[in-house]
Design a protein around this ligand. Structure first.
Ligand code: SF4
Length: 293
């Protein structure tokens, strides 16, 4: 069987932000060709028990990390329970959140923090105007910053995620100044991928490879100037292709492949082992090099 280190689950079919570059799966396409398509519950989000079964499966096949991604995980009321469940099994939990709920719901961060291995916080501009324009939400920057600052009190790692597009390219290097005096372990600069909502807006956001790599270099220069100690990693489209096993909110496994999502099957109708066997476009070696080395 192919080795796998991390399972990614997009937790929600809705989001409280409306980022038009977003690659998340909200509703499945009309035809996926995936095992289970046409069954009654194929298009319904995983309930708590089913989500726990997915987490169990990840643990049983030897994955070490389980990522809870957007739409914002905390829209789900059961998210603290699910994060705690994965943590108890010994999986490193990674929670990618836009911070809208986490910054405002009393006691939530405090409750989940002991069970989080790493939090992912977005910054898509170095100033509120650019960031909030990118994320289509006024006040988003302030909430992201609030969670970033609050994270200094907890043991989990902090990773900042930035999507590099034609629209925010100029603003990105200066994000390094903002992050330099915060507790940040890693800053990930990912090239825009035209998937999900992003596919509709591909012309607006697409950035060619040379411009993307120039932004990453400029960001590294500013980070060095300000004495930042965090690691900077990049992910162009090619690096990502075939390296991630994703599950949609409905529990349908797919492999992101450039501008496509290659659907395999529903976790309700296939074991994770069978899904991995059928994932011909999943490059386990590339996956392990990306996440382990
Ligand atoms: S990028 Fe994240 S926060 Fe924005 S719409 Fe997509 S899932 Fe929601």
């Amino acid at each position: 069987m192919k080795d796998i280190y991390r399972i990614n689950w997009e937790t929600n079919p809705t989001c409280n932000e409306d980022c038009t570059f977003c690659f998340a799966t909200f509703n499945l396409p009309r035809e996926t060709g995936a095992v289970g398509e046409g069954t009654e519950n194929f298009r319904s989000p995983l309930n708590t028990l089913e989500a726990k079964m997915l987490i169990d499966s990840a643990h049983e096949i030897g994955a070490k990390e389980f990522l809870f991604g957007g739409g914002d995980p905390f829209i789900r009321k059961d998210m603290p329970d699910l994060i705690g469940y994965a943590d108890e099994l010994g999986l490193k939990t990674i929670v990618d959140t836009n911070c809208l709920i986490l910054a405002t719901r009393e006691g939530l961060l405090e409750a989940v923090a002991p069970h989080i291995g790493r939090i992912g916080i977005p910054f898509d501009g170095s100033d509120p105007k650019t960031n909030d324009y990118m994320r289509s939400k006024q006040g988003a920057y302030r909430k992201q910053l609030k969670v970033l600052r609050a994270s200094e009190s907890y043991d989990y790692e902090v990773k900042v995620n930035t999507i590099v597009t034609k629209q925010n390219a100029k603003s990105i290097p200066d994000i390094a100044r903002l992050l330099a005096d915060s507790k940040v372990d890693r800053w990930s600069l990912d090239q825009f991928i035209p998937q999900g909502r992003g596919e509709t807006n591909a012309r607006k956001y697409s950035i060619d490879d040379s411009d993307y790599f120039a932004v990453v270099e400029a960001a590294k220069e500013v980070a060095a100037q300000v004495g930042a100690t965090f690691e900077i990693s990049g992910g162009d489209i090619e690096t990502k292709t075939g390296t991630v096993l994703m599950f949609s909110p409905q529990g349908v496994a797919y492999i992101p492949d450039c501008s496509d999502k290659l659907y395999i099957g529903s976790i309700r109708y296939m074991t994770l082992r069978k899904i991995l066997q059928a994932a011909t476009h999943f490059d386990a070696g590339k996956h392990m090099r990306r996440y382990v080395e």
